[in-house]
Design a protein around this ligand. Sequence first.
Ligand SMILES: Cc1cc2nc3c(=O)[nH]c(=O)nc-3n(C[C@H](O)[C@H](O)[C@H](O)COP(=O)(O)OP(=O)(O)OC[C@H]3O[C@@H](n4cnc5c(N)ncnc54)[C@H](O)[C@@H]3O)c2cc1C
Length: 439
Amino acid sequence: MSKLSRRSFGKLAAGTGASAVVGPMLVPFAIAQGAAKVVIVGGGAGGATVAHFVKTAAPNLDVTLIEANATYSSSFFSNLYLGGFRSLESLSHGYAGLRRLGIRVVHDYANAVDPKAKTVRTRGGRTYSYDRLVLSPGIDIKYDSIQGYSRDVARIMPHAYNTDAAQKRLLKQQLQSMRDGGTVAMVMPNNPFRCPPGPYERACMIAHYLKARKPKSKLVILDPKRSFSKQPVFTEAFDRHYKNIIELNLSTELDDFSVVSVNPKTKEIVTKAGKRVRADVANVIPQQRAGEIASKAGINDGDWCPVNAENFSSPKVPDIYVLGDAAIAAEMPKSAFSANSQAKVVAADIAAALAKKDKFEPRYRNTCWSLLAPDDNVKVGANYTPKGSKLDPSGSFVSQRGESADVRKQNYQESIAWYNSITDEMFAKTRPAAAGKKG
Ligand SMILES: Cc1cc2nc3c(=O)[nH]c(=O)nc-3n(C[C@H](O)[C@H](O)[C@H](O)COP(=O)(O)OP(=O)(O)OC[C@H]3O[C@@H](n4cnc5c(N)ncnc54)[C@H](O)[C@@H]3O)c2cc1C
């Protein structure tokens, strides 16, 4: 295997393509053994990638990853589980690969940061000191954004919108045990939220399941927004594949379909416009905010965390980086692809700073694929370059209505390659070489 120069690492940092980029071999940054400590909170799309890349870039760094769960259950591709295209197990990933690299993986919940002492404390009572701290805690659900909703009610009306595997399983079980002719309701969140096309891909996946198994059933969408990501291709799919199943209620100037209250006993949902839906299955996706460790570290501004666009460091507290869904990354959407791309910039920036070397020119990228129906997949994406405090998009693309079946099928294949590639990178997995291929 050839070694990559540090300049190539900068290029690599641009993002995960559909092809796998696993365990880059680098000319390592020279940092004396134990000379510096990097602590990362959150072992998801952002944090796990930072851990992998920073340790590979500077193997002598003392890297600790604090992650609440022993197994990561990806939100991305969880809609495919609901549609019957994947198992829940296929979304689950462990941390053995990162441990093999020499990263200290601690399964505990970080609940305090002292930026002056440069320490992180955990629920388990441990304290970790850092030279650089990376926070990638993803989202917390704002349970109180809907009257009647709560953490307990989520066990009756699941959101299934974070890394909790039990939430995904519950929603699927509810769909499976619903009678044919029942009503599924989806409560959509207002901007900004995790994965802009995610709820609409979910609508397609639920409708696909209903069409195949419970064709007399309906899916009612209640949406506080007037428009949404990839709307033309989603609404084309609603018409083409799910005409008598999906009822889309988008808000207008006259009718506001923001949900004001839910009743877990009757499963009734009430909107501002006065529409009432009595659901058999209610998927309630409330408003969201950065994971709570962000506010405990004092790096948030309201619900989300501002960042310096050139490296995702916090403008509020020195030596702390924040990336992924918790960050306000201007126009860059909250996606796993974005988080992974940001993570490579963060890793390179930390390694260069600690080795007192020149930094790389940062580049970011995002692509979000959405499955509409079997082999019918659409995508949206762009590159992003820091310009002042903003991230300037360029080279953007989005799937169009009326595309050929071949294009849509190719998108689907790309999306599967991307899932394998990003989870390989996050968890430093090594896949067996393809049959017949050696060395
Ligand atoms: C239905 C759905 C579909 C999606 N589809 C796509 C898609 O197709 N493509 C795409 O790119 N993105 C998709 N996404 C979005 C993607 O899942 C997120 O954008 C991405 O996971 C964000 O990465 P992150 O690192 O910010 O957070 P996460 O990946 O959620 O990781 C956060 C981690 O931090 C841990 N954590 C939080 N707080 C603490 C703490 N205090 N102490 C210890 N650990 C902590 C959590 O346990 C979690 O493991 C989808 C999301 C959903 C909900």
